[in-house]
Write a protein that binds this ligand. Structure first.
Ligand SMILES: Nc1ncnc2c1ncn2[C@@H]1O[C@H](COP(=O)(O)OP(=O)(O)OP(=O)(O)O)[C@@H](O)[C@H]1O
Ligand SMILES: [Mg+2]
Length: 396
């Protein structure tokens, strides 16, 4: 019996069948077993045995997401890929939200298509829960600068990687991002290059723009110059998140201080928030304001963790006072440790560099919260009321 991947192809309205055929019929690893047009009874066609469903389209039309959604629901154990010649803004997000496992943008050689299909099937074998895997997206927030967001984002990422999770860390501090520095990575490719490369943000393109740290964490580095920050489009960012969530076990986003438009867009699509506060009254006041803002945005508080950094500082505020000021106690407390700046200088987060330290233990406790998290549910979000917009600052 042949080991070729058996493919059921469903053609949406503007799909060019001859192009799809040439992408699928030139490699012995691929075996298209039939094509169904949108006017055919394609639902019955999908009853047939096959390893993969390919929904072919020319960019977006409503039929594509409906076809993807049907194919996913009908057989959640069978991967669904979209093949498209065009990828207008928002297209990737829509098809990924409908449940697609990957998107192949044509033209591509049959060999490359075979490679992508093999990867999707291999990834599926590692997934125990049937259905589409969509990784949690954890946004690390702190309304005030210098509270330890970057420290927490990097250590959380490495702590999860230490448990064999495939983690992508995104540096959303577009003007002054320092994750590359904190992890000792050279910014060979950054988010700026990715934005310049443009849509579609398929897995190949994303992988090419991620820089690997020795812990295994893959990093999307912030633009290296503040003037490059304006190249980052929020629409693209959403597409990038959607695509990253289908190719790893967790996406962690380090953010700049405050609620910038990029941060709000990230909160909108996040499944978990890690709010970072420090043990001083100004920071705690801002932490309280930040938590209230999330509340006004309709964010489910069950998905918000509070991390208190430098929790042992002798500044006249006890951790117990925190509950009174902020309205809730911390979920995790990270002590001050002079090894932390040293580990940053070495490019190895303390959770890896000094595993027995109290700080490393705190980061592992934080990682426990996400490692044990059930299949994530996106928090229901409303648009912040206009009063909140003034609270969170003007949109650029
Ligand atoms: N618990 C700690 N013990 C010792 N040093 C710490 C601790 N937390 C943070 N630092 C140091 O404080 C500085 C600020 O931390 P970090 O860069 O993580 O803050 P941030 O919230 O990301 O800042 P920004 O808002 O500028 O992005 C860093 O030099 C970091 O090493
Ligand atoms: Mg930072």
């Amino acid at each position: 019996m042949s080991d070729a991947i058996r493919i059921l192809v469903v053609l949406a309205e503007h799909a060019d069948r001859s192009r799809i055929e040439s992408a699928l019929e030139g490699d012995s690893a691929l075996e298209p077993i039939g094509y169904a047009d949108r006017l055919d009874d394609w639902q019955t066609f999908l009853e047939q045995p096959g390893d993969v469903v390919v929904v072919a389209s020319y960019g977006h039309d409503e039929g594509v997401t409906a076809m993807v959604g049907y194919a996913v629901k009908h057989r959640p154990d069978r991967p669904v890929l979209v093949m498209s010649e065009a990828s207008p803004n928002g297209f990737l997000r829509q098809v990924f939200e409908a449940g697609a496992d990957d998107v192949i943008t044509l033209p591509q050689s049959a060999e490359d298509v075979a490679f992508t299909l093999q990867k999707v099937l291999a990834r599926r074998k590692g997934v125990s829960v049937p259905g589409k895997a969509s990784a949690p997206l954890i946004a690390v927030l702190g309304p005030k600068g210098g509270t330890g967001k970057t420290l927490i984002a990097t250590n959380l990422a490495v702590a999860l990687a230490q448990r064999d999770a495939n983690v992508v860390l995104v540096d959303l501090d577009l003007q002054f991002g320092d994750i590359g520095l904190a992890l000792g990575l050279s910014p060979e490719r950054t988010m700026y290059d990715l934005m310049k490369a443009g849509a579609p943000f398929d897995h190949e393109k994303l992988e090419r723009h991620l820089i690997r740290h020795s812990s295994g964490v893959k990093v999307l580095i912030a633009p290296t110059r503040p003037d490059q920050a304006s190249a980052v489009s929020i629409d693209f960012l959403r597409d990038i998140y959607a695509s990253l969530r289908t190719m790893c076990d967790a996406v962690i986003v380090d953010t700049p201080p405050g609620f910038t438009p990029e941060v709000i867009a990230t909160i909108d699509v996040s499944t978990e928030i890690c709010m970072v506060g420090m043990l001083d009254s100004l920071s705690l006041k801002n932490t309280k304001l930040g938590l209230e803002t999330l509340d006004l945005m309709g964010y489910d508080t069950d998905h918000v963790s509070l991390v208190l950094n430098r929790a042992d500082s002798r500044v006249g505020i006890t951790p117990d006072d925190v509950s009174t000021i902020v309205g809730r106690g911390p979920d995790v407390s990270v002590p001050s440790d002079r090894e932390i700046p040293r580990s940053v200088n070495e490019g190895t987060p303390i959770v890896a560099a000094r595993q027995s330290s109290a700080a490393a233990k705190a980061f592992r406790t934080l990682a426990d919260r996400y490692a044990k998290a059930p299949v994530p549910r996106p928090a229901p979000l409303q648009k912040p009321p206009s009063g909140v917009r003034s609270l969170i600052g003007r949109r650029r």
